[in-house]
Design a protein around this ligand. Structure first.
Ligand SMILES: Nc1ncnc2c1ncn2[C@@H]1O[C@H](COP(=O)(O)OP(=O)(O)OP(=O)(O)O)[C@@H](O)[C@H]1O
Length: 353
């Protein structure tokens, strides 16, 4: 795990060394329970960083500290060079947040919700035209009825494929549609930094792909994104770098390729007959296989993790093929499989249980 140097402690709002998010030695407690136990990572400008991990690993807790909802128990966090709690007012307009559970007013329509959000984020004092007489906390009183839906609001809804729901009450939306509305609100002000806490949970595959495209477009436009997700495919598709968290700690950290390379390759084949034992077979790079006897044959699996990721499968195959030639055997159904992010994830979790 790398421990970043936290630049720009002056709090001028200019992130040091191009890092938009900087987390150094973060610890976060709830009472006596330490949910985050000393983690460090940085996210350079324009990158998408994914926090993966088991349930209760501390991902949302980390997000909440970065969003300024709670001060860190210990350690340093900076977003755009600013302290998320002490400089919250300065930071807030530059940040988009999609919480794990959005809190909507169910009686507002989708378009009214976007209008309200625009009004709140642009100028809290500006009147927003909404359904008759709805009274909100603070000084904002809503009045009138939306007849047409404004172009900016429609644009935000089109972005997430909700334009046909503009006049639907929020409480009538499905779970996945509410997530899409959440996303529309989070990106409304074209934020410099976007926090997405499990953004595609509950979405159907098409909506998930649309959401990925929205996120990719924002990132291509320079937005820095911190994402938590349980969908490894989502992290693989979107993340420049990622971390796998478990029980309050980061256990693996790097590019997708780096993390996957650490999980090794698998070479599998079948030998006819059930008399083979692992002592009969070669051990490329010191690796002995696991054997399973089934249907009159022996399933052989090697998990190769050492050596160069690019060439280790090739290097391991040589002695296996030489052994097969020498013994007059054929390696039936021979398959080489590269490690996956899921393998890396399971290794982190498995080693620590
Ligand atoms: N307000 C709170 N008070 C006490 N404990 C809390 C509180 N919020 C979270 N926790 C605990 O802190 C730990 C980390 O929770 P957190 O929500 O950060 O995990 P997570 O990685 O986001 O999990 P998930 O993937 O399930 O959303 C959990 O054990 C959780 O029970």
């Amino acid at each position: 795990m790398r421990t970043p140097q936290l630049a720009d402690a002056t709090g001028t709002g200019t992130a040091g060394l191009g890092n938009v998010i900087e987390v150094g030695g973060l610890r976060q407690k709830y009472g006596d329970f330490e949910a985050v136990r000393g983690i460090s990572f940085t996210v350079p400008r324009g990158e998408l960083f994914a926090l993966l991990g088991t349930n209760g690993a501390g991902k949302t807790t980390t997000m909440e500290v970065l969003e300024g909802f709670a001060p860190a128990t210990d350690g340093t966090v900076r977003v755009l060079g600013l302290d998320p709690v002490r400089q919250h007012r300065e930071l807030r307009p530059r940040v988009g947040i999609m919480l794990q559970e959005g809190g909507f007013l169910g009686d507002l329509t989708v378009a009214e919700t976007v209008d309200l959000w625009r009004g709140l984020s642009e100028d809290a004092g500006r009147p927003v035209t909404l359904s008759g007489g709805t009274e909100l906390p603070g000084s904002l009183t809503l009045f009138g009825r939306v007849r047409g839906v404004g172009r900016a609001t429609m644009g935000a809804l089109e972005l997430v494929g909700l334009e046909s729901k503009a006049r639907t009450k929020v409480r009538q939306l499905s779970g996945g549609q509410k997530r899409r509305l959440d996303l529309a609100l989070a990106v409304l002000s074209r934020p410099e930094v976007l926090f997405l806490d499990e953004p595609t949970t509950g979405m159907d595959p098409e909506a998930r792909r649309t959401t990925w495209q929205v996120i990719e477009d924002l990132r291509a436009g320079g937005t820095t994104v911190l994402l938590t997700t349980h969908y490894l495919e989502e992290a693989e598709r979107l993340a420049s770098r990622l971390a796998i968290m478990h029980e309050g700690l980061i256990h693996t950290y790097g590019t997708v390729e780096e993390v996957v390379a650490g999980s090794g390759d698998t070479i599998a084949f079948r030998l006819p007959g059930t008399t083979w034992s692992f002592g009969d077979l070669p051990a490329p790079d010191g690796v002995t296989p696991t054997l399973t006897y089934a249907d009159g044959g022996t399933e052989v699996v090697y998990a190769i993790a050492g050596g160069q990721p690019e060439t280790r499968a090739h290097a391991a195959l040589r002695p296996l093929l030489a052994w097969a030639d020498e013994h007059g055997e054929v390696l039936e159904r021979l398959a080489v499989r590269r490690g996956t992010l899921e393998d890396a994830f399971m290794r982190v979790v498995g080693e620590r249980r």
